[in-house]
Design a protein around this ligand. Structure first.
Ligand code: SF4
Length: 370
């Protein structure tokens, strides 16, 4: 990850958080016992529901010792209505272990915390970063959504893979704040349906927003039965003409014309993919690529997302290497060629853009005359 991008994300998120953080009772403390209670309660439970229980629970069991020494029935009674009662039993047991094995002090190491019942990687990360100021990441559903969109991650990621990505973003010494900021952004702005990109502090840095694929992310491991491919193609201009290529006669969409490009390789940027594919396909180098549109398309056995870039010819004598023909054509000639339907969507938007730009240049010319 480029250091400048990392810095920009940190700065934008922390500045936003300093003004917009949610007012939650467990945010006002660094007491590890209080953080432990809030994080266990927050597992699979809405914040508003936890609000109703958190302070009442702490009033009844103000210290870890009191909790450990209380009968389980009392703990369950205080938990009544909050659901997932295994959490209350585990919490009670964990308090007894901490009292017996750690002298009543909640361990400061993530590894030690993970040995306690009911504490997983998320809860351990939250406790050590928020209560003990350690540079440890947390990944919950909100953080997963924000990271997947921010970096436009199309492959399903394991918890640990996302944790490593989150770790790279952490500002040293401010992990607790940064983790909470990511969680708040996911809970209030980068929400599952209709993310509020217009007011998002990360909008300018967000790859999913740039590509218009927010609603498709995060990808869930079992959400898609068909394989999916990311394909990047170019509308490459030379003067007033555009480069098109013809597919081999055999196979899928055989003999049809298309905008040149191809499948993105793992860890390859979309721009690099356009440059590489066009060079491999037709021996043409391109420059000044910018994202033009994104098209989703389903075939019988797979789906594709076509990322379309606008760019310019930069050299190379066209020669078919992975196509059967190539041509430089004026946009007005495009309807004479047979294109697959995904490419038709590109042509429609291209005409639209050219119409708008013709209108703009006519009005500029009129303004200049006046
Ligand atoms: S710009 Fe939109 S998709 Fe990207 S992080 Fe912000 S809210 Fe989420």
């Amino acid at each position: 990850m480029p250091p400048q991008l990392k810095e920009s994300i940190r700065k934008a998120l922390l500045t936003w958080y300093s003004r917009h953080q949610r007012d939650l009772p467990w945010r006002a403390t660094h007491d590890p016992y209080h953080i432990l209670i809030s994080e266990i309660m927050l597992q699979q439970t809405q914040v508003e529901r936890v609000r109703q229980y958190y302070q009442k629970f702490l009033k009844k069991f103000p210290t870890l010792r009191k909790l450990a020494q209380a009968p389980l029935d009392e703990v369950l009674k205080a938990w009544e209505g909050l659901g997932y009662y295994a959490r209350a039993r585990h919490l009670h047991r964990a308090a007894q272990i901490v009292l017996r094995d750690y002298g009543g002090e909640i361990p400061q190491s993530r590894e030690e915390l993970l040995k306690l019942p009911g504490i997983g990687r998320y809860t351990a990360g939250a406790i050590v970063s928020i209560a003990f100021g350690q540079d440890e990441p947390v990944v919950d559903a909100n953080v997963r959504r924000v990271l997947s969109r921010l970096f436009a991650i199309r492959q399903a990621q394991t918890h640990r893979e996302l944790e490593e990505l989150a770790r790279k973003l952490l500002p040293p010494g401010q992990a607790g704040l940064f983790n909470q900021a990511l969680m708040d952004l996911g809970a209030t702005i980068c929400v599952a349906r209709r993310p509020k990109c217009l007011i998002c502090p990360l909008a300018k840095l967000c790859e999913a927003q740039r590509l218009g694929i927010q609603s498709e992310l995060p990808v869930r491991p079992h959400a898609r039965a068909k394989p999916h491919y990311d394909v990047a193609v170019g509308i490459i201009w030379k003067g007033d003409k555009i480069l098109i290529t013809k597919r081999p006669d055999e196979g899928l969409l055989g003999g049809l014309w298309e905008f040149p490009g191809g499948k993105r390789q793992l860890n390859e940027s979309l721009e690099d993919c356009v440059r590489r594919e066009i060079f491999e396909e037709v021996n043409v180098r391109v420059r000044d690529l910018r994202h033009f549109m994104t098209v989703r398309h389903g075939y019988s056995h797979f789906t594709v997302t076509l990322y379309v870039f606008w760019g310019y010819y930069a050299g190379g004598r066209p020669r078919c290497q992975e196509c059967t023909a190539w041509a430089w054509v004026r946009p007005s000639d495009l309807p004479r060629y047979a294109f697959p339907s995904a490419n038709q969507k590109i042509i429609a938007k291209l005409f639209d853009a050219l119409d708008k730009s013709a209108v703009n240049s006519r009005s500029r010319a009129r303004n200049a005359k006046e």
